[in-house]
Design a protein around this ligand. Structure first.
Ligand SMILES: Nc1ncnc2c1ncn2[C@@H]1O[C@H](COP(=O)(O)OS(=O)(=O)O)[C@@H](OP(=O)(O)O)[C@H]1O
Ligand SMILES: Nc1ncnc2c1ncn2[C@@H]1O[C@H](COP(=O)(O)OP(=O)(O)O)[C@@H](O)[C@H]1O
Length: 199
């Protein structure tokens, strides 16, 4: 009992923590087809924020699907579970004051809405990387589209599984913009929501 009281007295309540200098609560969520440029843009934006001394972390397939979510496939229900866990992890990161950048296909509207509600809508910026299937397939960064066309991969988004395009994203970019131009667009959208270290 006493232990609980002591533990509680050391807890900073979330509202107070958010007023600490440099504390940020933001999830920048990049959605789009495989090869659309999500990871490239998330990492480039992270570099830009790094120059502002903002604490960041990038979540993507490389560090999530190979680790905490290595038990999941690309069936719709597993994608939902993948994104549910990503939402909960993002919530912890942003509660710790880290600007979190997430790059996932997230093809279903209901899963994206779940993420938004989990981190709270005020803390959520949706970036739709609207690169066409044609361009993604030409890039075929990981050779997945070729495999999907040959039937070697099932449930490939854009080929044999759907992508529900966001109807109302906060930001939309595409391959018509260069990488730097896309970063400028996204940065301008979020800069007022980022608290700088020395503010
Ligand atoms: N069937 C199928 N469909 C789509 N993508 C596939 C598939 N199989 C493997 N990959 C690779 O896994 C990455 C997508 O994983 P995500 O966790 O972002 O997907 S999802 O949000 O759960 O839908 C995706 O990474 P990115 O290319 O970075 O988007 C692919 O490289
Ligand atoms: N305007 C652009 N925005 C983002 N990526 C681009 C752009 N033009 C070309 N690319 C290239 O497209 C590829 C996209 O791959 P990646 O970022 O891994 O996509 P995703 O994470 O969506 O699967 C990279 O090789 C990147 O250099």
């Amino acid at each position: 009992m006493e232990k609980n009281i002591i533990a509680h007295s050391y807890k900073i309540d979330v509202g107070k923590r958010r007023t600490l200098s440099g504390h940020n609560s933001l999830l920048i969520f990049f959605t789009g087809l495989s090869g659309s440029g999500k990871s490239t843009l998330a990492n480039a934006l992270e570099q830009r924020l790094y120059q502002d001394d903002v604490k960041t972390y990038v979540l993507d397939g490389d560090n999530v699907r190979k680790g905490i979510n290595s038990d999941l496939t690309f069936k719709p229900e597993d994608r939902s579970e993948n994104l549910r866990r990503i939402a909960e992890v993002s919530k912890l990161f942003i509660d710790a004051g880290v600007v979190t950048l997430a790059a996932f296909v997230a093809p279903y509207e209901k899963d994206r809405e779940f993420i938004k509600q989990t981190v709270r809508p005020d803390n959520y910026i949706e970036v739709f990387v609207n690169t066409s299937l044609e361009v993604c397939e030409q890039r075929d960064v990981k050779g997945l589209y070729a495999k999907a066309r040959k039937g070697e991969i099932k449930n490939m988004t854009g080929i044999s599984a759907p992508y529900e395009a966001p109807k109302n994203p906060d930001v939309e970019v595409s391959n018509e913009y260069g990488i730097e131009e896309s970063i400028d667009i996204i940065y301008n959208k979020i800069k007022n929501q980022i608290r700088l270290k020395n503010e």
